[in-house]
Design a protein around this ligand. Sequence first.
Ligand code: CMC
Length: 381
Amino acid sequence: MTVQDKELVPGLAGIPAAESSISYIDGQAGILEYRGHRIETLAEKSNFEETSWLLLNGELPTKAQLNGFRKKLNGYRGIGDDVVEVISKLPKQGHPMAALQAGLAMLGMESPVIDVHDAAQREDACARLIAATPTLVAAFARARAGKPFVAPDPNLDTAANFLYMLNGQKPDALEAHVLDVCLVLHADHTMNASTFAARVVASTEADPYSVCASAVGALKGPLHGGANERVLEQLEAIGSAAAVPAWLEKMSASKGKIMGFGHRVYKTKDPRAKRLQTLVREVREKLGSTPVYDTALALEDAVVAKLGAKGIHPNVDFFSGIVYEKLGIPTDFFTPIFAIARVTGWLAHWCEQMDGNKIFRPGQIYTGVHDATYVPIDQRG
Ligand code: CMC
């Protein structure tokens, strides 16, 4: 049997692309684990740095290991003046995810060339990328707003540092905590599109900057990470809870996709969406009301009543935008925040792919013609 006789599975749905011990999803029960640890536990008890270590190394760090990792990240958060300058010259109307791809490419050009089969060199590259990604994102946000670059503060962790570099002032404990939980929730998610993209590029033995820049491109799409921006735009376009039924009727009639709903694997409410919803409640209590939240609750009820039987429930992107909006983050920076977290997952998969690597080279079912006649250009109709 040749590949030509095989049955195509669109989107490779349900086809294993790798063996992995990094994360696990039970889509029926709504369970997500990182290295065997339930996401709810990590969101409550861990933090982004510890969770990153866990994803990269397979087990929770000791105090000394975590302190060493934090120190390393703090040492690598800075980006060169030349990188800041290039980022400041990127088109202001362009998307921040494109700016992140450009920033990662430039950072890769400046970083030491590594042997991707050397675990110690990989570990160092992972720290560099996890540390510098938030700085690249914040640098573009500042440049676009016509504000000067804010250098990272070596005393702040990833979440607090990002908010500091974005706003030029240190966040309060609640804001830093809320973003930190969001980063934990987004750090890995099995073989999603961007992770698959990362593993495909990794399998060519490309450098980790190329791996992450490619994954950023995949994450940007509205069916993947880009959905979180669309959710907020959608809620604002609906306008109020009362307007939900008519909006949904119109959407269903046009067979449009409702942003923030549905998932290839989850057929129940995404456990990350549940935790993000509690974060929305926390920020509402402490930072004031969020009008879009009432619309979101009405939309969830209406969509689940209509499509719940088909397994369509809120996914991670449904509530994250509401949280980020409350933190004062511009809408088109929601997906870059997803990237700041997911870079850890991509890198854990990069390391895993490198151990026992085989270049990805799937087959295809050819549907074109054979033996076509070459007609000279001046004889073509
Ligand atoms: N709104 C309305 N109908 C939907 C939705 C939705 N959001 N999602 C799936 N469906 C329907 C779809 O129309 C199809 O119906 P039918 O069988 O009658 O043709 C059925 O459910 C299966 O949908 P599918 O698109 O074939 O499912 P998929 O597994 O290929 O796609 C998805 C998964 C996430 C791309 C899709 O649910 C979607 O487009 N959702 C909206 C975008 C979104 O929120 N993306 C974020 C995903 S989670 C975080 C991340 O990955 O970044």
